[in-house]
Design a binder for this molecule. Structure first.
Ligand SMILES: [Zn+2]
Ligand SMILES: [Zn+2]
Length: 317
């Protein structure tokens, strides 16, 4: 059977996370109540989520007309509403399989470890799922000629993503994993004819790998952090069958380069927020509260204020 891969070509999105401890939000129960829906069953969106969805619409911009080098000018996509998602038999975390494992591959400096730690926490509060780091693993020893190359332009050694996904991660997938995500400092490529990727996930085997290599270039700490947060949750969203968003400027929208990633918010739009909350039984106001706390702690003042206002809007609705 053909495997389903989502890749971040050129500068697409994708990447992220890991490291330290679980910090599961209090007052909410991680993990998940919904089971995949059979295709013959038409599910009506829960009323509380529809109300929350409406309440936060004013915080998001409808998708603007793409510039020629942007994602939607190059890829025809239909998008996916909340209702379409819950009727699509999505892959969901379950009570027995809800942990997002993080596998650091290689060595990271202090700054990178901080980014990884913060991204792990963002993943937890964004999806309401426990995140567990695994022990660092070296990658270099496992390299052979067929799974790495030297980029002829940059002269940088790059690693083939499929090698990491299929040979390093897939055999190690823990039984209780919703997904196993590796991140690395190495530059990645998916196929011989593609220059590089930020990362790649395999939806069927629930593994993904992302590189910090290009995300930290020409970026101060906040830019490095927000790029990483966006790519992390975008890719995890794909692992749970969330398609690219075309309705709003959304963290789940496809991006063709970092400039396009930059203009997107770190949050999911109303439709995608409802998918995430439905997926784990997450209350929208709790989600916004946790995201506001995370952003405040992380020095993201604008985002923190906005998450707080979204929480108020949901509460008042
Ligand atoms: Zn994507
Ligand atoms: Zn969206």
């Amino acid at each position: 059977m053909k495997k389903i891969y989502f890749i971040g070509i050129f500068s697409l999105c994708f990447l992220f996370f890991s490291c330290e401890q679980n910090n599961t939000p209090q007052n909410s129960t991680p993990g998940v109540v919904n089971q995949p829906i059979k295709s013959s069953t038409k599910v009506k969106p829960p009323e509380n989520l529809v109300k929350a969805l409406k309440a936060v619409e004013p915080f998001f911009q409808l998708m603007s007309k793409p510039k020629p080098d942007e994602w939607l000018a190059n890829f025809k996509e239909d998008g996916q509403t909340f209702e379409q998602y819950i009727n699509s038999s999505p892959i969901l975390p379950t009570a027995d399989r809800k942990i997002l494992y993080i596998q650091p591959l290689g060595k990271f400096d202090q700054n990178q470890m901080k980014i990884i730690e913060m991204t792990a926490e963002y993943m937890r509060v964004f999806f309401n799922l426990p995140v567990k780091p695994l022990k660092e693993k070296a990658l270099a020893k496992q390299l052979s000629l067929k799974n790495h190359r030297v980029d002829k332009f940059s002269k940088i050694t790059q690693i083939r993503t499929r090698f990491i996904l299929d040979e390093v991660l897939q055999p190690e997938l823990p039984a209780d994993a919703a997904a196993l995500i590796a991140f690395t400092n190495e530059d990645l490529y998916p196929e011989d004819d593609v220059r590089y990727v930020f990362g790649q996930v395999n939806i069927e085997t629930r593994v993904g790998v992302w590189s910090l290599f290009r995300l930290q270039k020409f970026a101060d700490f906040e830019q490095f952090l927000t790029r990483t947060l966006k790519i992390a949750v975008h890719e995890i969203g794909h692992l749970f069958s969330i398609k690219h968003c075309t309705k709003y400027e959304c963290v789940m929208s496809g991006t063709n380069h970092l400039a396009e990633t930059y203009k997107r918010p770190i949050d999911a739009c109303p439709e995608c927020m409802a998918k995430i909350c439905w997926m784990t039984g997450y209350e929208p106001q709790k989600r916004y509260e946790h995201l506001a706390e995370f952003s405040k702690k992380s020095g993201l003042k604008k985002e923190s204020d906005e998450f707080t206002r979204k929480k108020i809007a949901v509460n008042n609705n």
